[in-house]
Design a protein around this ligand. Structure first.
Ligand SMILES: Cc1ncc(COP(=O)(O)O)c(C=O)c1O
Length: 259
């Protein structure tokens, strides 16, 4: 019987072995890249109104030109012949997404599962935690509602408890040391899961995941695992392999609101 993990990674497996090497792509118009070193060229890729300074790119982002063109190409193809377009391009395009995500995270494509949203991914990940009554999930006050809710529901079903702690007092001055020490200090002998978010949407604080995982490994709580969500701009110092589960936000961010 297909188990949960095999079901989830089926896309990666199928695509990792086959579709990554073959298939035809829909021809996208343009496909010329702007000069990303030039702010005016980057800004020119967006149709954002010039009447405002846009400070909400983290909420809903305007699409830059290449994305607008891709959406238009796929929309037209799907309108003209939905089934053929899906069969001709669906697998190949999913393979492109899985391949890009795997490269970004430095993992094998077969380790990637695509979900409709981060909330769905978190629900699947946290909903599958093997926990018993009396065991403990450690999370933080800085996490998203989706994380808090998925953990609460899992705790209710298993009899485990969820505890949330603060990792820093002031986001502007939060240090790697302060955050790591706060996680380790909050551990209890019955803690089995540490659930944190890499980048906090509310403050912009980016957690030192590698350092936290290394600190956890040094404790006696060898069964503790960490799970994180949020997949923002590429950055160093965070390895997807450092955690047992990772849910990514695929939402594209808007351009910075500079002149
Ligand atoms: C850290 C984090 N978790 C979960 C979510 C929920 O994402 P989605 O709307 O894809 O379910 C978000 C959304 O921004 C987020 O920032």
């Amino acid at each position: 019987m297909l188990d949960r993990r095999s079901f989830l990674v089926r896309t990666g497996l199928a695509l990792g072995t086959g579709a990554l090497s073959a298939g035809c792509r829909p021809r996208l118009r343009g496909e010329t890249a702007a000069d990303l070193q030039d702010w005016r060229a980057v800004r020119g890729e967006f149709n954002l109104s010039r009447d405002y300074i846009h400070l909400t790119g983290f909420l809903l982002a305007s699409h830059p030109r290449p994305v607008r063109e891709a959406i238009e190409t796929h929309r037209r193809g799907l309108d003209e012949n939905p089934a053929n377009y899906l069969h001709d391009h669906g697998q190949r395009l999913e393979a492109d997404v899985v391949g890009a995500a795997a490269e970004y995270l430095a993992v094998d494509p077969t380790e990637i599962a695509l979900t409709d949203s981060t909330t769905m991914g978190l629900g699947l990940l946290y909903g599958g935690l093997k926990l018993r009554e009396g065991q403990d999930i450690l999370t933080t006050h800085h996490d998203h509602y989706s994380t808090a809710t998925a953990l609460r529901l899992r705790a209710e079903r298993t009899g485990a408890s969820v505890r949330a702690v603060s990792l820093y007092a002031n986001p502007a001055t939060a240090s790697e040391e302060e955050v790591t020490e706060a996680v380790v200090r909050a551990l209890k002998p019955r803690t089995r899961v540490v659930a944190v978010t890499w980048v906090h949407s509310c403050t912009g604080v980016k957690l030192p995941i590698r350092r936290i995982v290394d600190a956890l490994a040094k404790t006696q709580l060898w069964r503790t695992s960490a799970a994180t969500s949020s997949l923002p701009a590429r950055t160093s110092g965070c390895s997807a392999r450092a955690v047992r589960g990772w849910c990514g936000v695929s939402r594209r961010r808007g351009p910075p609101p500079l002149p």
